[in-house]
Design a protein around this ligand. Structure first.
Ligand code: NAD
Length: 369
């Protein structure tokens, strides 16, 4: 085998796309997927590649340092792509300790296991940490009505400012605070010990295999069952959206050609106000289900806003385009069509994970709606 790469969180949403891409594209790499299989981890996300000869699944917790030490030795790991995390902001508001444990202590344990095993021999090694744009805080909504010419005249359609790689960290939720802390630890391992590290901060991902507590799969599933569509506040928050396979492609490019100790922002230049995005989803699902188009808009239900809800995220990913030639491959209309189609075609995948524990969580979040 040419390389042995440890991918953590590979049974989750983004991780499963990264594992699939690496297993298929690099038959001469051994890909170890380490995942605890929390509520968000699902081996059904990887059915199509699970028998590949260059793929190994290991069930384990990134906070378990002894297990990590043994894993590095057993497989002679030379690269890490670290995605394992608690990832849902609403859950972090209810249970911040779990986020500090996994995202901060888990990342630290992984760094420490890599440092011990690599023992100063950094040649050919890389610790690549996947993070979020939420660490940068929130931007102003200076063009609240949206300005299609925004991209040309500077900034995005909803405001002049973007997050760049130089933007100061200013996290507001327990989730983003825990990710910010883990990013700092990764950079500190480079600055203190010389470990070859990389950090990328990406905007909101969408696509197949996303756990249905997140907006897009949640709404597709609710429309299918004609259940209310809970919209925070008045749906005015703005997010940038990137198709998950484009994120996985960016991770591949950066893992192989990124500059060590550097940071890259990854985004879609694709800002949407939540309420407008929801209307696009409604129209697409209605059309694909054969409902009168837009008829499910009646399900939109405004609910009390999320505490500390950041108004606008918008990411400037021009550095990645300029230096490594990556850019999103899919137009949003195409990505949303593919995504809705996938969830409607894979209803049993959705039904399997929305029963049991998740159903209880959902009821407690949305008061039985
Ligand atoms: P996810 O919640 O779908 O998956 C997380 C995975 O990590 C799951 O498979 C889970 O079982 C595993 N995991 C959780 N705790 C673990 C532990 N202690 N030990 C081992 N495995 C554990 O998350 P996602 O949306 O795929 O996000 C993946 C990464 O990308 C995260 O680090 C997240 O912060 C980051 N990110 C996500 C987005 C997004 O839009 N989803 C955007 C930018 C960055």
């Amino acid at each position: 085998m040419k390389r042995t790469i440890l991918i953590t969180g590979g049974a989750g949403f983004i991780g499963s796309h990264v594992v699939r891409l690496f297993v298929n594209k690099y038959p001469d790499y051994r890909i170890i997927n380490l995942d605890k299989l929390t509520y968000a981890g699902n081996l059904a996300n990887l059915r199509d590649i699970e028998d590949s000869p260059n793929y190994v699944f290991e069930k384990g917790d990134i906070c378990d340092l002894d297990m990590l030490r043994a894993l590095f030795g057993q497989y002679d790991i030379d690269g890490v792509i670290h995605l394992a995390a608690e990832s849902h902001v609403d859950r972090s508001i209810r249970d911040p300790f779990t986020f500090a444990r996994t995202n901060v202590l888990g990342t630290l344990s992984l760094l420490e296991a890599a440092r011990e095993y690599w023992n100063g021999e950094w040649e050919g090694k890389l610790f690549y940490h996947i993070s979020t744009d939420e660490v940068y805080g929130a931007l102003e909504l200076t063009r609240p009505e949206g300005d299609a010419a925004g991209g040309e005249s500077g900034g995005g359609p909803f405001g002049e400012e973007f997050f760049t790689e130089e933007t100061k960290y200013d996290p507001h939720s327990p989730y983003s605070a825990s990710k910010a802390s883990s990013d700092h630890f990764v950079r500190a391992y480079h600055d203190t010990y010389g470990m070859p590290t990389l950090v990328t901060n990406c905007s909101n991902n969408y696509g197949p295999y996303q756990f249905p507590e997140k907006l897009i799969p949640l709404f597709i599933n609710n429309i299918r069952h004609q259940k209310p569509l809970p919209v925070y506040g008045r749906g005015q928050n703005v997010r940038d959206w990137l198709y998950v396979e484009d994120h996985a492609r960016a991770i591949d490019v950066i893992f192989h050609r990124g500059k060590v100790a550097d940071t890259y922002n990854i985004g879609g230049f694709n800002e949407w106000k939540n309420i407008d995005l929801i209307r696009v989803i409604v129209r697409t699902v209605d059309r694909l289900l054969g409902n009168p188009e837009g008829s499910s808009e009646k399900l939109i239900t405004y609910v009390t806003d999320r505490a500390g809800h950041d108004l606008r995220y918008a990411i400037d990913s021009r550095k990645l385009k300029r230096e490594l030639g990556w850019q999103p491959s899919l137009q949003f209309e195409e990505g949303i069509e593919k995504t809705v189609h996938w969830y409607l075609q894979n209803q049993s995948w959705m039904d399997d994970i929305t029963s049991g524990e998740y159903e209880k969580y959902y009821r407690s979040m949305y008061k039985g709606r």
